[in-house]
Design a protein around this ligand. Structure first.
Ligand code: BGC
Length: 747
């Protein structure tokens, strides 16, 4: 990936006298620079970055509506800068202003279970700004004004507070022009990153939601329901009185008629606005919240016009899925909303509580679904670059990327660590992005060497050096059975299954990249790990000795069992599901593969049965209980409406979305970037029709099928330049090229 650097005239500046204590977040810092445009100027180019997150203003007018620049990267390695162009600048005196809040580098953005140990100042002692203003005069001459001590600084702007977890405070009575400014000071940063032109996507506001209902809670607070859980902020207009204080708290759910805030842990998610006199419109700039509801005090619903804005990275929606079952349509909506809510510059686990970290396992599991629905190339590449940078010398990958050193561990652990292989592989297959495989290959190989070393330590325990138990496994994380000890206890099964799967992918990746020797070594290792799984964990005839659903799911989905035992194994899996009252019992790592394990091994009808189950635990249980995003736990909201302390916006279980495209509609890339793909729909579940669209690099693919009586009709739109293999439910198959095609068969 080509990163562009530039040489800066400016230096880092700050207010060196400004101090605050961790774990607090700092008061936003304001900078200004008066400068003269000496003659007619065609344009001003502004190059800027910060420690913290910033907004720029020219002559009091905000330059861009983007949020949270320069974005979240491993600031010790990479820092993005942004470039803006302003046209037709009149000669005379102008004023550039920057507001820099704490953001990820300086603000409180680290999670620990014990919040008293949470931390700010992860990358810098205080905010700092780096900026070059390049004036392009119409006569062809240029002038650059770099940030230096000719800038002025203060902490007296209307932004009194700004923090991702806690919210924002704005005092509209304050006029920045009347603040007491002092000369900015040259700042020596703790980190020395490469400063590169933005290579990720900007974060912007997308959908707007007006309230769908209002009511007054017993506490007196006015509760507005925006009808959709999301990551975002509010925007409102009021006719205010000087000094009137409006406080808005944000939450994902209600409990007993009040905002439910327990799952936010220590995150306050509160904005406070102090009015000036008259009509005014405001929206926070340096925070975002995970919410569907707001609790408002200091103003009544008649006096405020408010809406919620969804804020996330500016990727395109490139896929859609719809069918005749409204619950499944709602599930598709929920999982795409959990995607949007957790793609705020980096892929996060959740957007609401005091966490919001780049958990590797979550995106490893959700990326196949994300890539059907959204154009993820720039977004995921940016994150992968940090993953590559933050891998340790021995090969392990931090649990969260960008890493929170000293807070969240770095340990080789399956599925989470396998993200270094799974995410690039997904991008390669969906976007045809071979370069990402090349970039990430050394990282993948080093990680696999570390996995191999840890597995070898299992020899005395299992009599095999290919079982991955050590050093630590999340195992069947968040399974709806047992407790955390049980989930972790299933580590060796999950770990070894993912180890085998990654060996298989590595053999394929090595051969794509022309590394024949590596391909052979990974193929051989794959055989050994598969054999070890069978020998240690199964009876050799398709039964797992210590039976649990995830063990079967992963063995089937990753092809660990011999061909002749596969259908017996699928039968054992189905028996477990049936004995569990037709309920799944899988945690994060196995859930994406559950329906595939069934449908690809003779249990398609049963896969639909499980998908359409709506009692706890199941996907549709969440729909029955009014979910508009995916929950972290299968039953985060319980039958009686009470809420278990967990996130209501976690996309891991939304990984079922890939099944909608790949099996219900049957759309699957068989060559990278859909150069060749397959359409093999699996009708069932009482669906009378289903449809998906996906904008591949070659153009838009549409699959639409209908079923009535025993008649099945398929409509396929295939982009030029691709080949498509169609397999109808009656087994007929044919190959087609670009164009619109119709097929019929009898079921
Ligand atoms: C996160 C998860 C993550 C997990 C791993 C949680 O706190 O929210 O989604 O993968 O920790 O332990």
């Amino acid at each position: 990936m080509k990163l562009t650097e530039r040489s800066w005239l400016g230096t880092w500046i700050s207010d060196a006298d400004y101090r605050f204590e961790s774990p607090n977040s700092p008061v936003p810092m304001a900078f200004r620079r008066l400068f003269e445009v000496k003659k007619a100027a065609a344009a001003i180019h502004i190059f800027a970055t910060a420690m913290g997150i910033f907004d720029l203003y020219m002559d009091g007018k905000r330059i861009s509506e983007e949020y949270f620049n320069p974005g979240f990267t491993d600031y010790s390695a990479h820092l993005q800068y942004v470039e803006y162009e302003l046209k037709d600048i009149a000669a005379g005196i102008h004023e550039l202003t920057a507001i820099v809040a704490g953001g990820w580098a300086v603000g409180r953005t680290t999670h620990v279970d014990d919040t008293t140990r949470s931390k700010s100042k992860m990358s810098a002692e205080r905010q700092a700004l780096l900026c070059d203003l390049v004036l392009d005069y119409t006569d062809g001459s240029h002038e650059t004004i770099g940030s230096d001590d000719a800038y002025e600084v203060c902490e007296d702007s209307p932004w009194r507070f700004g923090d991702f977890y806690d919210g924002e405070t704005y005092d509209a009575r304050i006029e920045l022009s009347k603040a007491v400014w002092k000369p900015a000071m040259i700042e020596k940063l703790r980190v020395q990153p490469k400063i590169c032109a933005r290579y990720g996507l900007p974060v912007t506001a997308h959908e707007h939601f007006p309230p769908v209902s209002w009511f007054q809670a017993a506490s007196g607070e006015w509760i507005a329901d925006f009808g959709q859980n999301m990551a975002g902020i509010v925007r409102f207009t009021v006719n205010g009185h000087e000094g009137q204080e409006i406080v808005i708290r944000h939450a994902e759910a209600l409990e007993n008629g009040e905002l439910y805030i327990q799952n936010l842990r220590s995150a306050r998610q509160t904005v406070k606005y102090i009015c000036r006199e008259g009509k005014q419109t405001w929206s926070p700039r340096f925070t975002y919240m995970g919410f569907r509801y707001t609790g408002i005090s200091g103003v009544s619903p008649e006096e405020i016009e408010i809406s919620a804005l969804a804020v996330y990275s500016d990727f395109r929606t490139i896929g859609s899925f719809r069918c005749s079952n409204e619950d499944l349509d709602q599930l598709q909506s929920n999982l795409t909303w959990s995607g949007k809510s957790n793609f705020v510059d980096i892929p996060t686990d959740c957007p609401q509580r005091d966490e919001r970290q780049g958990w590797t396992g979550d995106i490893a599991l959700f990326s196949p679904t994300a890539c059907f629905n959204f154009g993820m190339k720039e977004f995921l590449r940016k994150w992968l670059l940090d993953l590559k940078t933050e891998q340790t010398a021995l090969g392990s990958i931090p649990f969260v990327i960008p890493a929170r050193k000293g807070i969240t561990p770095t340990l080789t652990t399956s599925c989470w660590g396998d993200s270094c292989i799974l995410v690039p592989w997904t991008l390669y297959m969906s976007e045809g992005d071979e370069e990402i495989l090349r970039i990430m290959y050394p990282t993948m190989k080093k990680y696999m060497a570390d996995v191999k070393r840890w597995a070898a330590l299992s020899l005395p325990i299992y009599g095999s050096p290919h079982i991955l138990k050590l050093p630590f496994q999340f195992g069947d994380w968040c399974a709806p059975v047992g407790n955390i000890k049980d989930w972790l206890g299933h580590g060796p099964w999950v770990g070894t299954a993912y180890y085998a799967h990654s060996c298989e992918l590595m053999a394929r990746i090595a051969s794509i990249l022309g590394k024949k020797g590596d391909a052979e070594r990974f193929t051989a290792l794959h055989e050994k790990v598969k054999n070890a799984f069978r020998k240690v964990f199964t009876d050799g005839h398709g039964r797992v000795k210590d039976e649990f659903q995830s063990a079967y799911v992963l063995a089937l989905a990753f092809g660990l069992e011999n061909e002749e035992n596969r259908s017996a194994m699928a039968g054992h899996l189905w028996n477990l599901i049936r004995d569990n009252g037709l309920h799944l019992a899988t945690g994060f790592p196995a859930t994406p593969h559950l329906l595939f394990a069934l449908s690809d091994n003779g249990y398609a009808k049963e896969a639909y049965q499980l998908l359409l189950q709506d009692s706890d635990p199941s996907w549709l249980y969440q729909i029955r209980h009014g979910a508009t995003t995916m929950w972290e736990g299968w039953s985060s909201v319980q039958e009686d409406g009470s809420i278990r302390e967990s996130s209501l916006n976690h996309y891991a279980y939304g990984s079922v979305g890939a099944f909608f495209y790949r099996r219900i509609c049957g759309l699957e890339a068989t060559e990278p970037g859909y150069r060749r793909f397959r359409i093999r729909p699996i009708p069932g579940g009482g669906l009378t029709w289903a449809e998906c669209t996906h904008e591949s690099p070659y153009g838009k693919i549409t699959v639409h099928w209908e079923q009535g009586g025993d008649h099945f009709r398929l409509h396929a739109e295939v982009p030029e330049g691709t080949d498509c293999d169609v397999i109808l439910p009656d087994g007929q198959s044919t190959s087609i090229g670009g164009g619109i095609h119709e097929f019929k068969c009898v079921l």
